[in-house]
Design a protein around this ligand. Structure first.
Ligand code: RAM
Length: 487
């Protein structure tokens, strides 16, 4: 499938200026001399993103040969502890933040060209002559973020405050020239992540320009039919990957609606409205005459969550209805007319409701499978009465074998569904339990993947815990829930 570029939108995205503040911070640690094979861990005291400089000097002896240092940059203690693990999965190992550098003179200032996301820097003297020792005198970072200003933490207990603080830190580190999914990996703009980051941003840092830039980028870089891409690369220039997604393009509609509601920028909303309409229309092609999404490999990647076990067709049906309702809301807000939208919502909602099993009190997928993903999205789509929706979520919790969420992304939507149904105390309990467990694990920023029962879990194969991102945009939403719903 080819790509299409809208030059006007791309120009607008590029023109939308996003500044990054740059500040120098220094790490603490043991600066005494190192011998061969010794290592030191330096600590910035919190998670930061930026460029690193390390100053070396001669300890004792005569500098008679070059030496090498092995550097490892870790987002948190869990990653640091995994440093020597072997990765044999299919992703590029180069995501692991490690370097080997050869140094030919002392004193020497090592300025690393790439950007890192870390709290800890481990420096190991890997090869050196026996004639001398080496000192690390200073480890500093020029940190970068487009989150300006300090945001006061909210919360009634130390745990709530800490969850809020860690959420804010996560967002702050992900706010760069675009909203990145994770500043260690993928360092890229993903639509699903953007939507959640923007929600937190509206309650906290309020960088509207950054959201605007990202929306224009998605509207500018579509496939040849006009469908938004799941993600966009922005350096050294803007380009997109092959392959399409199903759920992320639909979320463009919600992202635009929420941008309009918060930034009150009618001009941008109106200009991008046709792109929003297009997303729904293009995805509509995959439904049959009765309004049911068909099994069809051309629908693209229905992400929803990492679990393999969920019924993605049933989830896709629900996301579509959810997006159609968002489009209706947007059209009304902008005074645009979409004559077909009510009928569209009605037909697709009826097909969605057919998944509801009256006897079991929940939505049921292929082969009788019950999952949080399907039920959460069906509840969010707003079919059934609100009382029945609340009952679905309560009932769901009684099915021990129901497929549970596997990522903070899916947990976000679960908490959102609970809030939509007025189940605020369960929403709060879920946040305190799930995100609280990450805090217990020592998180300074929240993770991409987190399974409290298996801390090594990763969707990236053997040793994937090393590739997991420990500062991941889609997990920063407790800060949104705390403020939006005064939880
Ligand atoms: C991964 C990233 C990103 C997510 C996509 C679907 O590569 O973790 O955050 O949006 O997958």
């Amino acid at each position: 499938m080819g790509e299409r570029m809208n030059e006007l939108f791309l120009a607008k995205a590029i023109k939308t200026e996003v500044r990054c503040k740059r500040e120098t911070i220094k790490a603490r640690g043991d600066f005494s001399a190192l011998q061969k094979g010794e290592e030191r861990v330096f600590d910035f005291g919190n998670h930061f993103v930026g460029n690193i400089k390390i100053r070396f000097s001669l300890g004792k002896g005569c500098f008679d040969a070059p030496f090498t240092v092995d550097l490892f940059f870790a987002e948190n203690k869990r990653e640091l502890a995994a440093k020597n693990m072997q990765y044999t999965g299919g992703m590029s190992e180069a995501w692991i933040q490690k370097e080997r550098v050869r140094i030919h003179e002392l004193p020497f200032v090592l300025e690393l060209p790439t950007r890192y996301a870390c709290r800890f820097v481990c420096v190991e003297l890997s090869a050196v002559s026996t004639e001398y020792s080496v000192c690390v005198n200073e480890v500093e970072m020029e940190e970068r973020t487009s989150a300006f200003g300090e945001v006061d933490c909210v919360g009634n207990t130390p745990l709530e405050k800490r969850i809020d603080e860690v959420s804010l830190r996560t967002l702050r580190s992900c706010m760069q020239e675009v909203f990145e999914d994770g500043p260690k990996r993928d360092r890229r703009l993903w639509l699903g992540d953007l939507r959640l980051e923007a929600l937190v941003n509206y309650e906290t840092y309020c960088n509207y320009e950054l959201v605007k830039k990202c929306l224009y980028l998605f509207a500018a870089m579509t496939n040849e039919r006009g469908l938004c891409k799941g993600c966009i690369f922005t350096t050294p220039s803007v380009y997109v990957p092959q392959g399409d997604m199903f759920d992320y393009p639909l979320l463009f509609i919600s992202a635009l609606l929420e941008y309009y509601e918060n930034a009150k920028d009618e001009q941008t909303a109106k200009e991008l409205f046709p792109t929003a309409v297009k997303q729904l229309q293009l995805i509509a092609d995959f439904f049959d005459q009765d309004g049911k999404l068909k099994e069809n490999e051309n629908v693209g990647w229905v992400h929803i969550d990492w679990s393999e076990e969920i019924d993605r067709v049933a989830c896709g049906q629900a996301v579509y209805v959810y997006a159609a309702k968002a489009l209706k809301k947007l059209s009304v807000a902008l005074g645009e007319t979409l004559r077909w939208i009510d009928e569209e919502i009605e037909q697709k909602s009826a097909a969605l409701q057919a998944y509801y099993d009256e006897e079991r009190g929940v939505f049921v997928g292929k082969g009788g499978r019950i999952s949080y993903a399907q039920n959460v999205w069906s509840v969010l789509a707003g079919v059934l009465t609100v009382e029945k929706r609340a009952a679905v979520l309560q009932r769901l919790a009684t099915y021990e074998n129901a497929v549970k969420p596997t990522s903070p992304y899916m947990y976000h939507y679960y908490v959102q569904a609970l809030c939509d149904c007025g189940l605020f105390s369960t929403a709060k309990e879920t946040i305190l339990w799930y995100w609280g467990k990450m805090v217990e694990d020592g998180a300074d920023t929240f993770y991409e993947v987190f399974n409290p029962d298996n801390l090594q879990e990763s969707p990236y194969g053997q040793g994937g815990a090393l590739l997991n991102s420990y500062c991941h945009a889609w997990s920063c939403t407790p800060a949104y829930f705390f403020r939006k719903y005064a939880l």
